[in-house]
Design a protein. Structure first.
Length: 206
């Protein structure tokens, strides 16, 4: 069990995440390629909320963190990893082995959004866990009501690592509706990094 040695901020039950619409409003005018990821990205693609969401995750290229911090200057950023939550000074970058940054609302004493740092840039999407897996960003990012999101073939590739109950629900919700190209991309990527994954048989039989 990991021993928590440091925690800057309120406890986990202080998560009052923004809805994706609220995040888009807060990020309006920000010239950074960002997108909703995780479970909310699945629901944005489907156009309906299929399950409750305890948090909100967005992804940006790692080198753009300073821009989003400047844009959300009234909020505070906390670097998260190894069970710890550490304040990130205004002039500091997160350690290269950390990719999660929780946005803290000091006025409400609540967490609002998890900013995930990814490789890639405005033109190329790169899978953080295996940077040989990449694709044109335009083929991986969709939009709904002006909200950018990671399309399901990318979101499910991340979810496949743990495939917890919520991930299984997300796979069941969108897997049957992937088009042939996205399904083939996901099958190839899963076979490369998680050979024998249970989702492969389901995808290949559709």
């Amino acid at each position: 069990m990991t021993t928590i040695e440091h925690w800057d901020g309120p406890p986990l039950d202080a998560w009052r995440a923004w809805h994706p619409r609220e995040a888009a409003a807060h990020l309006a005018g920000l010239d950074v390629p960002w997108c909703v990821v995780g479970g909310w990205s699945i629901d944005l693609w489907l156009g309906r909320e299929t399950r409750p969401h305890a948090d909100l995750e967005i992804a940006i290229p790692r080198g753009e963190l300073w821009r989003i911090r400047r844009h959300l200057r009234e909020y505070r950023f906390r670097c998260v990893g190894d069970g710890e939550v550490r304040a990130l000074p205004d002039d500091a970058a997160p350690p290269p082995d950390k990719h999660q940054n929780w946005v803290f609302d000091p006025h409400a004493n609540e967490w609002r959004v998890d900013v995930m740092l990814e490789p890639g840039d405005a033109h190329t999407w790169v899978f953080r866990r295996d940077e040989t897996i990449r694709a044109p960003r335009a083929s991986m990012i969709g939009t709904r009501d002006g909200i950018p999101f990671l399309r399901p073939h990318g979101a499910l590739l991340y979810k496949a690592k743990r495939a917890e109950a919520k991930d299984q629900l997300d796979f069941a919700a969108c897997g049957p509706f992937l088009d042939d190209a996205d399904r083939a991309w996901l099958i190839d990527a899963l076979a490369r990094i998680y050979p024998g994954h249970a989702w492969l048989a389901t995808l290949q039989n559709r």
